[in-house]
Design a protein around this ligand. Structure first.
Ligand SMILES: *Cc1c(COP(=O)(O)O)cnc(C)c1O
Length: 359
């Protein structure tokens, strides 16, 4: 059994994907070919936003979002400590200071109460300008945006939604990628919507933001790429990856249902043995991961292994524990929930082509 079986998905979609790739080889517009624009417009429609700007990967998508918000040295950007490194890395990459926030013990997502405490602390210290919040839709579950939006409004902060894992998730029928002032996703192969290499996208309803994103992703271009009006980057989605994503997006709604079926099956089989994931009412997860909390993790992982079931730990190291952020001087006591999660979580195989009958 595979943890994520991308080959099974390819077998299922092979004819369509092969034809899409061949079409790109035939027209030869490898950079910013017609598939890129077609994909951006289909993504906007699916996510429910006015603008989608594709880019080279999910980390660049975060960097582009921070550039648009003019995040720089002296700014504080709040993000969960229990996340993938890129969330916090992008903040530090812009020269700003990441302020880590503890997690909710049930959803694993950023804790709004702890967030507000940390915002007040930064204000009282008076050293940094609070600028933005990066909320992460961890393991596919959208963060608590109703609560986060209230806090953002109260302290005049922008929200960036890191939907790298959350693409396809919903709150009250509204889709992930539409909750931030700017939202980002990743098309890394193992994400809910993945391509066959690196890829990413930024979503926003704000037309001025979209215009800036289009400029920043191609060397800060003005009229064209040889008219450079600001310092940008080179971060485009390859046409071939856009072509692959067009077919994968077509299959995505049924894959999302299949992921939820797998999760439902796991819930039924495992709820009397383990602490299973919590999905709040009116939320839908895209199940980037199916994650249990267990106190005797080594033993449980060994038991699954003996049954031929691979498991993974996402994440065994919080941001406040990372060597690269040691200078920020946090301790585990600052983040009791996240620290416990990093010691107790384990993820089971999850993909839409998993045959749950064999579990
Ligand atoms: C994967 C991931 C990213 C980065 O995406 P890449 O495409 O690998 O650069 C950012 N944030 C989160 C939460 C992720 O899971």
């Amino acid at each position: 059994m595979q943890f994520i079986d991308l080959a099974a998905q390819y077998q299922y979609l092979k004819e369509k994907i092969d034809a899409r790739i061949q079409a790109v080889l035939d027209h030869g517009q490898y950079i910013m070919g017609p598939e890129v624009e077609e994909l951006e417009s289909k993504l906007s429609e699916y996510v429910g936003v006015k603008n989608t700007v594709s880019c080279a990967n999910g980390t660049d998508a975060l960097t582009l979002a921070l550039m648009v918000l003019d995040v720089k040295q002296g700014d504080a950007v709040f993000c969960p400590t229990f996340t993938f490194f890129a969330t916090a890395e992008a903040i530090a990459f812009e020269g700003a200071t990441p302020i880590f926030v503890d997690s909710n013990k049930d959803t694993f997502n950023i804790c709004p109460q702890d967030l507000e405490k940390r915002i007040q602390h930064v204000i009282n210290e008076g050293k940094l300008r609070p600028k933005a919040i990066i909320a992460v839709d961890l393991f596919g579950l959208p963060a608590n945006y109703p609560a986060l939006r209230k806090i953002a409004d109260k302290y005049d902060l922008k929200i960036i939604e890191d939907a790298a894992q959350g693409f396809g998730g919903e709150i009250n029928g509204k889709r992930a990628g539409s909750f931030g002032d700017i939202s980002t996703t990743s098309f890394f192969p193992a994400k809910p919507l993945g391509c066959y290499g690196d890829g990413g996208a930024v979503f926003t309803d704000n037309d001025e933001f979209a215009e800036l994103l289009i400029s920043y992703r191609v060397h800060g271009k003005g009229k064209d790429k040889y008219d450079n009006v600001r310092i940008g980057m080179n971060s485009r989605l390859d046409t071939i990856q856009a072509a692959i994503l067009l077919e994968k997006l077509e299959a995505f709604p049924s894959e999302l249902k299949a992921r939820n079926k797998v999760a439902q099956h796991y819930n039924e089989e495992l709820s009397n043995l383990y602490n299973i994931p919590t999905i709040p009412r009116n939320y839908l997860s895209s199940w980037a991961q199916y994650t249990l909390q267990v106190d005797d993790r080594d033993q449980v992982m060994a038991e699954f292994k003996a049954k031929g079931v691979p498991t993974m730990i996402y994440y065994g190291t919080c941001m406040h524990q990372q060597t690269a952020f040691r200078h920020l001087n946090y301790t585990d006591e600052d983040f009791p929930v996240a620290t416990k999660l990093s010691d107790t979580v384990l993820s089971l195989p999850m993909h839409p082509y998993l045959d749950v009958k064999y579990n």
